[in-house]
Design a binder for this molecule. Structure first.
Ligand code: BGC
Length: 741
């Protein structure tokens, strides 16, 4: 009997096993025809105080108990967000050493966002959801939708960029597809987790316009449209209160304004007070730093804020059972939707389809930033010589970076991907290291097994790389950041915008040695490029997971025409970043005010008139697209009406390709300051050479509104608006004016 089936049957057996008298009184929880809400009330009415308390806090690193007496199973969580974390020991972060928990690593979420393709987000959710399901997980800790406020943010690679509309649109299909597997998505980290270094103590304040217009919309969409069954509170404080028990964020906005009926899960160790957690809206507590099972008094999990201290407070009459019942209802709802959902599929792991999905999403997310004289794609003429340079061409990137670190079934490095593709067309590949960066390769007991030690001097390494470049037709430098501290990594932020380990010097030396230099950057963040003019082509290749090398080779050799677009701006200098221009210190501990307000990302650069290196939404193709006129179906709209905009896009180049048509709305006259323009729509279309397709957008007053913090509501002011259709935020190809009556 397959393991899955056996487990389901065992579950039924356990559920049906108690004494006859008890069984006669119990509802049959596995009867899916009973309505969930009725079953919740029924279960709640049968639970003792101790059973209720047990249900709202952890019993191990990643699980909480159900109610065994009533046949209600445990709830199991897993990281998230771009692969299923290896099993860990009961009370340790260390991997448990299983031999059947190696996963598919999907591209990190910046890469998914860069596809600008909702279908890719759905494919992603379906694929990773099936792995979570196969591994018997009930809650997948992802996706992350915090806004990219500064390129120094250590966790930006796990998020979906600087624009709330893009992040929200991409989160929705991911969530829906994960949840079709009977696995809850847990959207994180709600809210304002934009700094890592002092993430437990940074206390953020900002105006309500910035909160509602920039930092909350992706969470709102994830909840309201994606229907997320759970959400994770953030470590940081907002106006003096931690995210995991922030009354305003959790009770008023999330559960009140958005009608969230799921469970608020604490970040691991994000709970700090019983009273605040109980009244502040937290539903289930994980990861509180007790001494663990070995050193704690009895069971250390009993010492959690929402364990014995909560029970005692209820018994003493200081706290009531009213909040407790609400929490238990939410946790029960989560369990009925996941662990007790008998309609869910069996899931799958590391299948060919899942590997292919990782490769496809990766290929679509790669962004061609620059391509002088048609340097790319690489010619497939026989006998071509390719020099591959750089540590990131060989370094495994799926291990490290914090809680998203993975144990993979396989990881194809850029060098392996390029070499395999080159061999298929009779090209020759040589490799030189170029620089030595981070030679470590382990995380919580998962080892890459790579020995990257190299004791040669910088001079020797550069000389070898230059020599290789001189003898090659193409030189591909693969560098960027990595997953170690102060790079792209949880718990720390970057120290500067510059590429680390002297990579600028290597690139400059290579630029002098070849006229076909391709720079491929592996990172989840923007980097400074003082050498930009010397690179003939630049490719932003993110962290692409198991299929990284194959996906990169697909684009470099033209098997896939690049179609990714930047989900965040690449600034020229750090001081140009709106957050840095105004808020002197980052990272900052304690009270931190977001002085730039709504002017984050392109909204800020455009408002300030700052030149950027590569704008939001930018990404080149191997083909070209012509935009027709932007047509509006009417000249003005009234409240509650919609405007339909359409535009013809033609592939005017010689290959099939996809274009992301971006719709921005500008509000030139407004009683409050507004960004020059804001993204309010996008569509990705695929076109054969010569083919034309019409793209249509529907605009309603929500796309025209701003959040009026004096009134505490969204306002669409009558007057003139402009719709702009473009290939990037800086490449607007067509415009249409209209009025809101
Ligand atoms: C991270 C979360 C993660 C959790 C469990 C925390 O440190 O902030 O994103 O899901 O650990 O690993």
């Amino acid at each position: 009997m397959p393991v899955k089936l056996l487990k389901t049957v065992l579950l039924c057996a356990v559920a049906l096993a108690p004494s006859l008298a008890e069984a006669q009184q119990r509802p049959v929880y596995l009867d899916t025809s009973a309505r969930i809400e009725e079953r919740i009330e029924d279960a709640l009415s049968r639970m003792t105080l101790d059973e209720k308390i047990a249900m709202i806090h952890a019993q191990s690193k990643f699980s909480s108990p159900g109610v065994p007496r009533l046949g209600i199973p445990e709830l199991w969580c897993t990281d998230g967000p771009h692969g299923i974390r290896p099993e860990v020991l009961w009370d340790e972060w260390e991997q448990a050493g299983w031999t059947n928990d190696s996963c598919t690593a999907y591209p990190a979420l910046t890469a998914l966002a860069a596809t600008w393709n909702r279908d890719m987000a759905a494919l992603y959710g379906r694929s990773i959801g099936a792995e979570a399901r196969y591994r018997e997980k009930d809650v997948l800790l992802g996706p992350g939708v915090n806004i990219y406020r500064t390129p120094l943010g250590g966790r930006n690679f796990e998020y979906m960029g600087e624009d709330p509309y893009l992040a929200g649109e991409m989160a929705v299909p991911y969530i829906r597809e994960v949840q079709k597997q009977g696995v809850a998505a847990c959207v994180k980290h709600y809210a304002l987790n934009n700094e890592e270094t002092h993430r437990h103590t940074v206390d953020i304040d900002l105006d309500d316009r910035a909160l509602y217009e920039i930092y909350l919309p992706a969470f709102r969409k994830a909840v309201v449209e994606g229907g997320a069954w759970s959400i994770m509170g953030s470590y940081n404080l907002y106006r003096g209160v931690h995210g995991c028990h922030n009354d305003r964020l959790l009770n008023h906005i999330l559960k009140g304004e958005w009608g969230f009926d799921g469970a608020v899960v604490s970040d691991w160790g994000g709970t700090h007070s019983t009273d605040e957690a109980v009244t502040g809206g937290l539903d289930i507590e994980y990861g509180t730093w007790t001494d663990g099972l070995t050193e704690g008094a009895g069971n250390a999990y009993d010492e959690y804020f929402m364990a014995t201290p909560y029970r005692d407070a209820i018994l003493a009459g200081r706290l009531t059972e009213r909040e407790l019942d609400d929490k238990v209802r939410r946790v029960l709802r989560l369990i009925f939707r996941t662990a007790m959902n008998t309609d869910k599929p069996f899931g799958a792991m590391c299948s060919e389809e899942q590997t292919a999905a990782a490769r496809r999403i990766g290929g679509e997310g790669i962004v061609l930033l620059r391509n002088e004289r048609g340097t790319l794609p690489i010619s497939s003429r026989r006998g071509i010589r390719i020099a591959v340079i750089g540590e990131n061409a060989v370094k495994m990137m799926t291990v490290g970076g914090g809680s998203s670190s993975l144990k993979v079934k396989h990881e194809c490095s850029p060098l392996e991907g390029i070499a395999a593709r080159a061999a298929a067309c009779g090209a020759e590949v040589v490799y030189a290291r170029g620089y030595v960066g981070d030679t470590t390769g382990s995380y919580n007991g998962v080892e890459t097994g790579q020995n990257l030690a190299d004791s040669r001097s910088e001079q020797e390494l550069i000389a070898e790389a230059v020599e290789a470049a001189r003898n090659a037709d193409y030189t591909i430098f693969v560098g960027g950041l990595n997953k170690s501290a102060n790079q792209d990594s949880e718990g720390t932020d970057r120290l500067s915008l510059d590429l680390p380990y002297g990579q600028d010097r290597v690139i400059e030396a290579l630029a002098g040695a070849t006229d076909r230099l391709v720079v491929a950057l592996v990172s989840g963040n923007a980097v400074a490029m003082p050498w930009v003019g010397g690179a003939d082509a630049i490719v932003q290749t993110w962290y692409l997971g198991s299929e990284a090398g194959n996906a990169l080779a697909d684009v470099l050799f033209g098997d896939v025409t690049p179609s990714g677009k930047l989900p965040f701006t690449f600034p020229v200098r750090l001081q140009d970043v709106p957050a840095h221009a105004l808020s002197a210190k980052f990272p900052n501990d304690g009270k931190t005010y977001y002085h730039e307000g709504i002017f984050v990302g392109y909204r800020g650069y455009e408002h300030n008139g700052t030149e950027v290196l590569f704008p939001f939404g930018h990404g080149l193709s191997y083909t070209t697209f012509e935009y027709g006129k932007l047509r509006a179906d009417r000249k003005s709209i009234g409240a509650g009406e919609t405007l339909t905009l359409s535009i013809d896009i033609t592939n005017t180049g010689g290959r099939r390709g996809s274009e992301v048509v971006q719709l921005y709305i500008a509000d030139p006259q407004s009683s409050l300051p507004r960004p020059v323009k804001e993204l309010k729509g996008f569509e990705k279309i695929s076109l054969e050479p010569g083919q034309t397709r019409t793209v249509t957008f529907t605009v309603d007053s929500s796309a025209l509104s701003y959040y009026d913090d004096r009134k505490g509501e969204w306002v669409a002011e009558s007057g003139e608006f402009e719709a702009l259709a473009g290939s990037s935020s800086a490449d607007i190809r067509a415009r249409a004016k209209f009025r809101l009556k």
